[in-house]
Structures are given as structure tokens and as C-alpha cells.
Design a protein around this ligand. Sequence first.
Ligand SMILES: NC(=O)c1ccc[n+]([C@@H]2O[C@H](COP(=O)([O-])OP(=O)(O)OC[C@H]3O[C@@H](n4cnc5c(N)ncnc54)[C@H](O)[C@@H]3O)[C@@H](O)[C@H]2O)c1
Length: 382
Amino acid sequence: MLAADPALAGGTPAVQGRGGILWFAGRFNAASGAVYLGFGARMCIVRAQPNLGVMPPLDSNQKEIPMPAGKRFKITCVGAGNVGAAVVQYCAEMDLGDIILTDIVEGLPQGKALDLTQAAPIRGYNSVVTGTNEYKDIEGSDIVVITAGLPRKPGMSRLDLLEKNANIMAEICQNVVKYAPDSIVIVVTNPLDVMVYTAFKKLGFPPERVIGMAGCLDSARMRAFVAMELNTSMKNVDTMVLGSHGDDMVPLPQYTTVSGIPITRLMPQDRIDAIVERTRKGGGEIVSLLKTGSAYYAPAASSARMVESIIRDERQLLPCSAYLTGQYGLDDVYIGVPVRLGKEGVEEIVELKLADEELQALHKSAEEVRTGIKGLQDMNLL
Ligand SMILES: NC(=O)c1ccc[n+]([C@@H]2O[C@H](COP(=O)([O-])OP(=O)(O)OC[C@H]3O[C@@H](n4cnc5c(N)ncnc54)[C@H](O)[C@@H]3O)[C@@H](O)[C@H]2O)c1
């Protein structure tokens, strides 16, 4: 584990002296790790260390001045591969909290954490990033993002991959239960909806604390394609993509708008159809370009967006894989639906009015997920 003193995670160096607020300007001494600040009549020292954190300031009598109180969140990312490392990068850049990156490969999370730590002075974030191979270091995490898993290799069937990743998920969940029993868990590992169902069963957490990331990504892809088609700002585009993460996903053009204007008024139907199709195949398009590996920037950005909505209690309405108990006529399955994401996790599952064919597509998508769940049940893994 890299050295990371939690006491260093104090936030910005707010400096105040007894008897008045002091303005400071100072110099950082790399050898001693101290910042010397001059203030006319008084002298105040802020102890700082190069690994991002700032300790509480000292007054001229060397007594600590309390830092402003405020909770620092602890975020764990399990899996330090392409997606995991990028999740950590985005979470750090958003200053969402201090971050633990863990993996089974020795040195990998430590190396990436150190690299991200060295980017901090330039990017200007305060998150303390720590790499580890020890599960005990995730203790007390508020949020755990699971990106660990194996990719499908040549000769491996879908069922083989399911079995391998379900075993990985079981081992991770056992440790999350042990060390972070109050956390909210976001699953990213594929096949997504089956893996988040597996995590839900293994963790035994209430369903609002176990969520899958996929719809955010699929919606982001659709937003990008709409904006590219209309040569407009990505920020103006809103979309909703439901269903399972894969070819059976259900993009909803009727809920796609540009600054509130439905896209049906902005482009012909054949262009909308092409965008829907490209969204469905969005992951595959990137795999075929990369040749090895799969997308990670947009998946990580989508995961970080979910973390942000929870940590900042933003209650964003985002499409996520959530456990259904009758909504949309589906029960005991994880599938992508619009949810309100806040500090409790899934605070509401929003039931949209869907056209008959959209509802049928959602049910077909759920059947695909059930097939995967059944495969794991048949192997006694669930
Ligand atoms: N839900 C989505 O929309 C979405 C999008 C992109 C990728 N993914 C999935 O995310 C996962 C990660 O993708 P990636 O590109 O980062 O893959 P990657 O191969 O780069 O990284 C996976 C990491 O998991 C680690 N790992 C394996 N077993 C582990 C274990 N038992 N404990 C801890 N770590 C372990 C590996 O060592 C590796 O570093 C894959 O399953 C991928 O299919 C999902």
C-alpha cells in the first residue's frame, strides 16, 4: 500500500489566525514538506506534503488550528484495468473523495495510483489515491465500484465467461461485505445485468445499494451521435436508453431531445434509426477499432457520474441497471431503467410510459438477462 495518511486529507489550506483572518502567500519547501507563509505581524505555518493532502495549519505557538469540518468520502475501485484506472482518474478530477484502487495483480494498482497522484499537482485535485492488493484497505468505503473481470478470450463461450466473472464477483462481494458493509456498490463488470444480479445475491445488501452501470454509457453514446448528426453541443442533448447492456438495449427516440426539442422534429426518421442502431452497436464499434480491449473512457466517465450523483446527493435521473420488483411488469431481475440516484443509492425507479413495442423490447431484453441468471443457477453459482 502506498503511504497515504488520512489526516492529510484535509481539503484546501484555509488559514486563520487567532484574532483575525490572515491572508497568506508562501513558499513550499520540498525538503521539509512545509509551506512558510508570511503575514505582516504574525507567522503561520501550514504543514503540507507532496502527496496532495494538507494537514491542519499551525498557529505561531505551534498549536493546530482546526480545519473546517466536512466528510471526506472513501471510494473504492476494484479492478485497476483500463476502466478502473479511468474511473479513479475522473473521480479524482471531480474531487469526489479519497480513492482506493485495488487489483489482484501486484504493483498494478500501486503504480497507477502513484501515477495519478503525480498528475494531481497539474490537474489540481486533492483526492488521495492509494493503490493496494489488500482488501482490508477498502475498509469503511462509502462507495465500491467493481470493474474487475476477465474479457472474453478466443474459444471461450459466453457461459465460460459468465462462470469466471461470477466467481470473481463472489470473491469481491465477500470482501465488500466484510470490510465495507454499509457501502453502495456500482457494478461495471460484464455481462453487466447478470453480474449486478450476482453481486446483489452475494452481497445481501438492499437493492437500492447495488446498482449496475450501463444505461448511462449507452445514453451518453446516443447523445454523442445525436450531437454529431446535428452539429450541436453535446450538452444540449438528452436521451434515455433502457434494457440490458448489449444488442437488446432499448434506445428511446421519443425521450430524446435537444434543448427540449424532440429529435423527431430535427432529423428524418432514417437518421434516427441509424443513430439507434449505432448506439446498440456502440461497444462493438470501439472494439473493432481498438482490435484489443474495449472502451473505457466513456464507461469510466459514466461510472464517475453515478458516483458523483450519490456522493453529492444530486438525485440525478439516470438510466441504471436496477432491481425490479414489478415495475414495467418485471420482477426479480436487474435491467436498465431510469432511476433517481442520491445518497441512499437508488431512491426511486421511474416508470416511463412506453409504447407497446418499446415495452416488448424491454421484456425481450430482460429474458436475455434471465437466461444468463439461469446459466449461473444451473452451475450452482447463484
Ligand atoms: N458496463 C459497461 O458498460 C462496461 C463498459 C466497459 C467495460 N465493461 C466491463 O468492465 C470490466 C473491466 O474492463 P477493462 O477494460 O477495465 O478490463 P481490464 O482487463 O483492463 O481490467 C480488468 C482488471 O480486473 C482485474 N481482476 C481480475 N480478477 C480480479 C479479482 N479477482 N480481483 C481484483 N481484480 C481482478 C484484472 O487484473 C484487470 O486489471 C470488463 O468486464 C468489461 O467487459 C463494462
